[in-house]
Design a protein around this ligand. Sequence first.
Ligand code: FAD
Length: 217
Amino acid sequence: MEANDRVRVRRHPERGDYSAETIHQILDEAYYCHVGFASRGQSVVLPTTHARVGDVLYLHGAAASAMLNAASDAPICLTATILDGLVLARSVYHHSMNYRSVVVFGVAREVTDETEKRMALEALVEHVVPGRSKDARPPTGTELASTRVLRLAIGESSAKIRTGPPKDSEADHALDVWAGVVPLHLETSAPTPDPEIRPGIPVPDYLRGLGSARRNG
Ligand SMILES: Cc1cc2nc3c(=O)[nH]c(=O)nc-3n(C[C@H](O)[C@H](O)[C@H](O)COP(=O)(O)OP(=O)(O)OC[C@H]3O[C@@H](n4cnc5c(N)ncnc54)[C@H](O)[C@@H]3O)c2cc1C
């Protein structure tokens, strides 16, 4: 993708990446995103779930959602972040984080076509737990009507990636202070069955190794 003036990373430009492959990978690995929009003269940024299908991101929520209402047909900014490590420098000044993040600018549009809406809802479930949509009951007509889906083309977008150790000044290397990186990653624990679950239903295979499968694409 082309880096235009709006998405060109100026602070640490060497960390900018505009390739669709990188941007898609980060969006796919991140469980959720934040959507920034204007609401009655106020900037609002709210966390929500997303799913990518090709060059399009889908968002969903209650038909009455104020966020989806304000974001529909409006210029929005969506960000997704994966935290990879805490970067501890010898100086307070150089403390940082290792991360992969994406920013997408665009105008979100409501999906009204029923086929696309159903496909988007399936993609949202698959984004969180691949394999789940084959198992779970599809939405009824009433559930579909009470759900709003927005589509946002991944056009103007950027990724920014920080990796590696702290960047202390040469003089600070002489300090008697531990410095380095504490790696971070999301991990799933053993699934806890719903107390109301019918006896004899096993934990599905697609839940095994969910976290690591996601990290490894
Ligand atoms: C987990 C995390 C922690 C951070 N902590 C800090 C902090 O404490 N202080 C701090 O100053 N910055 C922090 N950053 C970096 C921050 O996101 C900005 O990149 C930085 O502040 C520069 O902002 P700017 O407005 O000068 O960006 P500019 O470089 O002027 O932004 C221009 C364009 O570059 C792109 N861009 C900028 N930042 C990002 C990004 N993170 N991901 C994808 N595209 C981007 C956008 O398209 C943006 O419109 C952190 C980032 C992450 C992911």
